[in-house]
Design a protein around this ligand. Structure first.
Ligand SMILES: Cc1ncc(C[n+]2csc(CCOP(=O)(O)OP(=O)(O)O)c2C)c(N)n1
Length: 516
């Protein structure tokens, strides 16, 4: 077998059996090996930002890494923004990047670049393979790194001759080490802080603490001590809905966040960090908590968060306390008339199917969605973690590949959607079950607030042109249909509800242009 086949076999044997790809000449032996090796599902993306964003969404739902296949430095470079988002989400990914044959690099052919240099800022681990016979071991190492808690980006650069030369066979991947446990001192200190704090305490959950038993334990702790609970501003995967502990998010807008946090005297961190502003603004602080707020770290995001919360609940004698803040089932009444944020939220809350996956890149339109969806059928909520827009559609591709039996609902700003629009073609080709709401406000609406926020004043004509995306208005129905995705437009809440119900009842991708 050649190096490429040893590479693919090593991935598949280790359970890395999905590859999001956009290949070129230097990856042709990998592509050819796909026909010889059973078990690898390959999904083509027509832009590398689709590929890397899909790998992020896949990890968040599957809980295991996918691989990507990208074309030298420029291909990887095109995928970097969503790789950044994936790294911030702590999604494990194995990137395979083709490179010129070892003896060809010195000739400085057009696609030659410093691939390691391109990879490093968005990767936790980077290596260039040195021979076909050692390639499988490098792949095994990359997979092992990608599985290290809390999920890491491993980038392996593979020269073409190491793919086509004879290899010695696949390699075995070591089992992932179990997560480290937090110290007893951290547990005791956190318990002391929450006891002293009473209602002035806030337990902030991050990483996998926003899911499953860990979330439930946080509810028990809140019931016992009276502390409040929160997720961070953005969360890779937040379990929400009826019967689950409700976790609000730290607000985006600095003044709103500071107001929400002003009475917190004791902050306890479980997989999270002290809340800071997304950006600096003149005359506003970077840290959002009050200056006299005491901070205690229960456990870091790499550590075993369920264990940490269980130990804290035990220390507080809260293990058998029924969890506080459980969301009661509720289906909001749906208003009629012009489209409003509240109306969209009510439609989501009323019709979201059980076990849906919500991918949230709604930016300003989504700011009021939390309340009316809190009691909806249980669902997962995936946020953009690194702030690099163009995340939502690719993430939806990956989530849908990871969970073909679940409905993916994408909440998407029109500006953000345009970055990685090619995702629609991948959805159509693979008939992925994704319902997309595109919030067509024809504007980079958030930046209007940011302009004022940084003290740049009122926009004039030229500045306004940089913050609007009208002239021409984007025809979302046309953009979707051109890529094989059925679509329609909704200009009232009645229309939106009808189209949303239709999309949920059908399978495969469907896009609704929500005219705001
Ligand atoms: C990769 C990247 N480029 C640019 C930006 C700056 N930016 C932040 S939000 C935004 C506009 C978002 O527009 P849209 O998705 O329509 O949401 P809206 O603000 O209208 O709610 C831009 C350009 C960014 N965050 N990331």
């Amino acid at each position: 077998m050649n190096g490429a086949e040893s590479l693919v076999r090593t991935l598949v044997d280790a359970g890395v059996d999905v590859c999001f790809t956009n290949p070129g000449t230097s990856e042709m032996h990998f592509v050819a090996a796909l026909d010889r090796v059973e078990g690898m599902r390959c999904v083509l993306g027509l832009f590398e930002g689709v590929v890397t964003g899909a790998a992020d969404g896949y990890y968040r739902i599957a809980g295991k890494p996918a691989s990507t296949l990208l074309h030298l430095g420029p291909g990887l470079g095109n995928g970097l923004a969503n790789l950044h988002n994936a790294r911030r989400a702590r999604s494990g990914i194995v990137n395979i990047i083709g490179e010129h044959a070892t003896y060809h690099v010195k000739h400085d052919a057009p696609l030659t670049s410093d691939i390691e240099g391109v990879a490093r800022p968005m990767s936790n681990w980077v290596k260039t393979s040195t021979s076909a016979t050692t390639l499988a071991n490098d792949v095994a190492e990359a997979v092992a790194v990608s599985r290290e808690a809390p999920g890491k980006i491993a980038t392996l650069i593979v020269p073409a001759d190491n793919q086509w030369n004879e290899a010695s066979g696949p390699a075995k991947v070591a089992a992932p080490p179990s997560r480290q446990r937090t110290s007893n001192e951290a547990v005791v200190a956190s318990a002391k802080a929450l006891r002293e704090a009473g209602k002035s305490g806030l337990l902030v959950l991050g990483g996998v603490a926003c899911t499953g038993r860990a979330l439930e334990l946080a509810g028990c702790i809140a019931a016992k001590t009276g502390c409040a609970l929160s997720g961070e501003y953005a969360n890779a995967r937040l379990e929400r809905g009826a019967g689950r502990v409700q976790l609000p998010r730290i607000p985006y807008v600095v003044d709103v966040a500071m107001k929400a946090l002003k009475d917190v005297r004791y902050l306890v961190l479980a997989g999270s960090v002290v809340p800071v502003a997304f950006f600096a603004y003149p005359n506003k602080p970077s840290v959002l908590t009050a200056p006299d707020c005491k901070v205690t770290t229960l456990a870091s995001v790499e550590q075993d968060l369920e264990h940490a919360l269980e130990a804290l609940a035990t220390e507080l004698d809260a293990l058998n306390t029924p969890p506080a803040l459980l969301a009661a089932p509720s289906r909001p009444a749906v208003p009629t008339g012009p489209i409003t944020q509240e109306g969209i939220a009510a439609i989501l809350g009323a019709h979201m199917p059980e076990n849906a996956i919500i991918v949230d890149e709604a930016i300003t339109t989504g700011r009021g969605f939390a309340q009316l969806t809190a009691g909806a059928a249980p669902h997962d909520w995936l946020s953009i973690m690194g702030g690099a827009i163009g995340f939502g559609l690719p993430c939806s591709v990956g989530a849908a590949v990871a969970a073909p039996d679940r409905k993916v609902i994408t909440l998407e700003g029109d500006g953000s959607a345009m970055y990685t629009l090619q995702s629609l073609w991948t959805m159509a080709r693979n008939q992925l079950d994704v319902t997309m709401l595109i919030f067509a406000n024809r504007s980079y609406q958030i930046l209007r607030g940011e302009l004022a926020g940084v003290g740049a004043g009122e926009p004039g004509k030229k500045a306004t042109d940089m913050l609007t995306i009208d002239r021409p208005d984007l025809d979302w129905v046309g953009l979707a249909k051109a890529q094989g995705v059925d679509a329609s437009r909704a200009s009232t809440l009645e229309e939106l509800e009808k189209r949303f119900k239709y999309a949920l009842a059908s399978s495969g991708p469907y896009l609704i242009e929500v005219v705001l």
